[in-house]
Design a binder for this molecule. Structure first.
Ligand code: APR
Ligand code: ZN
Ligand code: ZN
Length: 402
């Protein structure tokens, strides 16, 4: 059954959205819609009516249909990185939606296309985008201090009395409508279930890509994953799909082990239950250490444990957690002479625009079990409840319906 399309009401050239919009009515105009606005560190998000400007050159305005909350939103909401405090702001970077209208020069998308935002964009033209060794982009790589659009540094969001509202991570998805650079938007097969595609926008791509692209986990190898949120469990999915023989999950919240077991993890450790450092236990369990470890908790002490858990000579530690405190890597340079390696992974080393459509198809074929990641669903208006579920460690991903 097609959705009935309510006519938007129009006042002073601004279109008030009530339900789904008709691009013929809204293109080129300011849209009035709901957004969850952050006004200060750790303050409840406030559902406000805001103005969303039309997209400028090479920008796209989309209607968000689903969004979810990742730990990076949580860190930003808490204001953990003081340099990155900017209010009012619209957080959120994991979502799926439909193109409402495109700005001048956008050739690869049109109104009605199904899309997934990517916070780590791909312009396709710069020296990084042309290099096979990296998925960073000169213009659209993650810059937590960026608060406006790339073209002019300005915000496309404002309050009804004209105060600018800052953007976040090239995406700002806690809004019924958002404006992105077209480099930060991936067109997805219209047959793919958009609800599940939301997970590809960050968590699942980040974790799974770290196992496949960054570490290139080999069949029969051993793996330790520190932090079993959506990111850590996505690493587990990736390692399982590659045929890892042992996948050890480490978390201080034992509730996470139930899910981990369902997703193919073979062993679990709670550091709180151990009388020795977790890396010693892991080395015992694996005759000298795992081949790969992944830090998905965003904690420097955990990172050191992850590093020491790998086998000397060839062990590789991949850092996925965001570490907001201004402390340095907890390693002595001489420790690297033991042949353990350490590297970071952003967005699972996927080049978003080029590789995500294929990854989406793999997910649709069931290579990855996406259903397990959606533990809760709520209407957008209950976003603060969703935030609390993540704070309390009760959810992996709570899908918000807009
Ligand atoms: N030791 C082991 N596990 C820990 C520790 C610790 N000291 N501290 C926290 N954890 C666990 C939590 O119990 C939780 O299960 O880490 C997990 C983190 O999961 P989520 O909060 O759901 O975070 P997620 O969205 O998976 O992101 C993980 O990757 O992208 C980054 O910013 C993100 O740093 C975050 C990380
Ligand atoms: Zn994220
Ligand atoms: Zn680029």
């Amino acid at each position: 059954m097609p959705m009935p399309m309510p006519m938007p009401s129009e006042m002073n050239g601004k279109v008030d959205i009530n339900g789904y919009s008709n691009p013929n009515e809204t293109a080129g105009k300011v849209i009035l819609c709901r957004a969850a606005v952050a006004w200060g560190p750790a303050q409840p998000l406030v559902m406000e009516e805001i103005c969303v400007d039309p997209p400028q050159e090479l920008e796209v305005r989309i209607k968000i249909l689903f969004t979810s909350i990742c730990h990076t939103d949580l860190s930003a909401w808490k204001g953990e990185n003081e340099m990155n405090r900017a209010y009012p702001r619209i957080l959120g970077h994991e979502a799926a939606g439909v193109v409402e209208s495109v700005g001048e020069g956008v050739m690869d998308m049109e109104a009605g296309d199904h899309v997934v935002p990517i916070f780590n964009g791909e312009c396709g033209d710069c020296v990084y985008c042309k290099c096979e060794k990296t998925n960073l982009c000169e213009k659209f790589r993650v810059n937590p201090l960026k608060r406006g659009m790339t073209k002019d540094g300005k915000c496309r969001f404002s309050t009804k009395d004209g105060k600018p509202i800052f953007h976040f991570l090239n995406t700002s998805t806690f809004s019924e409508y958002t404006v992105l650079d077209s480099a930060c938007l991936v067109k997805i097969d219209s047959k793919a279930p958009l609800k599940k595609m939301t997970l590809l926008s960050c968590g699942v791509s980040t974790g799974l890509g770290a196992a496949w692209n960054t570490a290139d986990v080999q069949a029969g190898s051993t793996v330790a994953i520190f932090g079993l949120g959506a990111v850590g469990l996505a690493v587990a999915e990736g390692a399982r799909a590659r045929g890892a023989s042992k996948i050890i999950g480490i978390d201080i919240n034992p509730d996470k082990f139930i899910k981990g077991e369902r997703m193919g993890m073979t062993d679990f450790l709670n550091p709180k239950d151990l009388e020795k450092p977790v890396h010693e236990k892991i080395r015992e369990m694996t005759k000298g250490g795992v081949d790969y470890s992944f830090e998905c908790a965003g904690n420097l002490d955990v990172l050191r444990e992850a590093f020491l858990s790998t086998h000397d000579g060839w062990g590789l530690t991949v850092v996925l957690g965001i570490h907001p405190t201004p402390r340095m890597l907890p390693l002595h340079p001489m420790e690297l002479f033991d042949g353990r390696r350490i590297m970071g992974s952003v967005f699972g080393d996927f080049k978003g625009k080029t590789q995500l459509p294929h990854f989406a198809k793999q997910c649709m074929r069931g290579v990855v079990n996406l259903d397990e990641f959606i533990t809760h669903e709520l209407p957008f208006g209950k976003i603060n409840e969703a935030l609390q579920l993540l704070v309390d460690g009760k959810s992996l991903r709570c899908l918000l319906h807009l």
